[in-house]
Design a protein around this ligand. Structure first.
Ligand code: DLL
Length: 443
């Protein structure tokens, strides 16, 4: 793989990036950057100075990168409480870009970038694309939303930085997406996995078979998706589906991505220091155990963040990756600690339902979970689309599939759920992040 890059004249060479740094060098770099970021927030951000003073810690007390766990956490509420500009460490005249993520409670959370931050973001996106085998000469259809959402512009700058040709189509207008994909000879696409499923389906209806197009890679993220979902996407389209992770508070897309082995996501830890903690105690979990991902920005200038509690659940993969990258790998994020809902006393994550549904033949990867309350008792219904062939089958066959799916879910969750098989297209399609859960219990 590396040789291939070096053979490409004037191309981008991942081998020359910190992806492959020897570990002692990487740790030194991280520590140097950590000291500078901690000094920066201590001197420029009221919240951090106050928290560190309360904890009795000064930037000069840090002796190694492991001392990071002496620093305070940052929570989503801290961003909300300091809305809009209270966590900025740079004066407004140095800030060249603002993004915001839509909050569930009205006010968005605002994030800021200096030119240097944009350059770092571009560089991690270039490394991300290169990690999934993209290069100069690729034609990248960028169907992440452009605007306050970080997906569109983040991927855009990265694709240009790589030297690829970017089509800034943004999300939506599905028929036009398919026309352009076909007419422009698109070789890679960026969008949410759920939107790509919609594109595959619509292409089929328009008589376009993705297997026959030059498109070979998809850079999919911004929402949880399972390994089962990846398999379905790859089978249905012939496109190799890579998982990209990121969040606005840290930078946007480009915090971590898979390599050609598709075996966990490499974290660009020269810029984003990862920890995995027990969400209850805040203490680190043993290496390889599952917990909440906590991230510290090591080079951000406009809005550095210490120990951000992402709520995303993952684990470090401790074995080295066959690609030779030295930066740490984490397992794909299938769930968030706050995605969990409780039904009749049982903790449930939508991803558990997804895996059970997609392991059966005849289902389509479009589903929704609907919670309701009947006479004080919680009910859970799972609606899943089935193929037209299944749908037109005999009632007996439908009932069999329904029973099989109920059993598969019950085996995972240990509670009874009602499964409803619905016709193709019954469930609303998303152009961005899919909404899998509808909770009507509070109505
Ligand atoms: O979704 C940034 C992004 C854009 C990532 C495009 C990848 C591609 P936010 O809107 O702030 O930022 O949402 C961040 O989305 O904390 C995760 O819960 C979830 N998420 C993002 N990527 C993945 C992924 C963007 N690959 C939140 N797998 C994060 C699972 C993901 N969840």
């Amino acid at each position: 793989m590396k040789e291939m890059w070096n053979d490409r004249p004037g191309g981008f060479h991942p081998a020359s990036t910190p992806d492959f740094l020897p570990l002692p060098q990487l740790r030194d770099l991280q520590f140097k950057r950590l000291l500078s970021v901690v000094e920066r927030v201590y001197n420029h951000v009221h919240l951090y100075r106050q928290r560190m003073d309360e904890m009795g810690i000064k930037p000069s007390d840090l002796r190694s990168v492991e001392d990071i766990n002496r620093l305070p956490f940052t929570l989503k509420e801290d961003l909300r409480d300091n809305y809009p500009f209270g966590l900025f460490a740079s004066p407004i005249h140095e800030i060249v870009r603002l993004h915001a993520s839509s909050g569930t409670t009205g006010k968005p959370t605002v994030v800021a970038y200096t030119q240097e931050d944009i350059d770092v973001w571009t560089s991690v996106m270039v490394r991300s694309f290169a990690s999934c085998g993209l290069h100069r000469g690729d034609i990248i259809q960028n169907a992440y939303g452009y605007g306050l959402f970080t997906g569109g512009l983040g991927a855009h700058y990265g694709a240009e930085g790589l030297g690829a040709t970017v089509i800034p189509i943004s999300g939506g207008n599905t028929d036009r997406q398919i026309m352009i994909m076909k007419d422009f000879g698109v070789t890679a696409i960026c969008c949410t996995p759920s939107y790509f499923l919609h594109l595959i389906e619509r292409a089929g209806e328009l008589g376009v078979r993705m297997h026959n197009l030059p498109i070979r890679a998809g850079v999919f993220g911004a929402e949880p998706w399972s390994e089962m979902m990846r398999r379905r996407i790859e089978e249905m389209s012939g496109v190799k589906a890579y998982d990209i992770y990121g969040l606005s508070e840290i930078i946007g897309p480009g915090v971590a991505i898979e390599c050609e082995h598709q075996a966990g996501l490499h974290i660009f830890e020269d810029h984003f220091y990862p920890e995995i903690i027990d969400p209850e105690t805040g203490e680190p979990v043993p290496d390889g155990a599952e917990g909440e991902l906590v991230l510290t920005t090591l080079s951000k200038k406009a809005m550095p963040i210490l120990r951000y509690r992402t709520h995303d659940i993952t684990s470090f993969i401790t074995e080295p990756c066959a690609c030779g990258r030295t930066i740490r790998r984490m397992s794909r994020i299938e769930r968030r600690s706050d995605d969990m809902f409780i039904i009749r006393g049982v903790n449930v994550y939508p991803s558990q339902v997804e895996t059970a549904l997609l392991s059966a033949e005849g289902t389509l990867p479009h589903y929704q979970i609907i919670l309701s309350r009947d006479k004080g008792l919680d009910q859970m219904e799972v609606q899943v689309e089935v193929t037209p062939e299944v749908f037109s089958d005999k009632i007996r066959a439908l009932e069999d599939l329904q029973r099989k799916l109920s059993q598969a879910i019950e085996q995972t969750l240990c509670i009874h759920v009602n499964v409803r098989l619905v016709e193709p297209h019954s469930i609303a399609r998303s152009e961005g992040k899919a909404k899998r859960l509808i909770d009507n219990r509070k109505l």
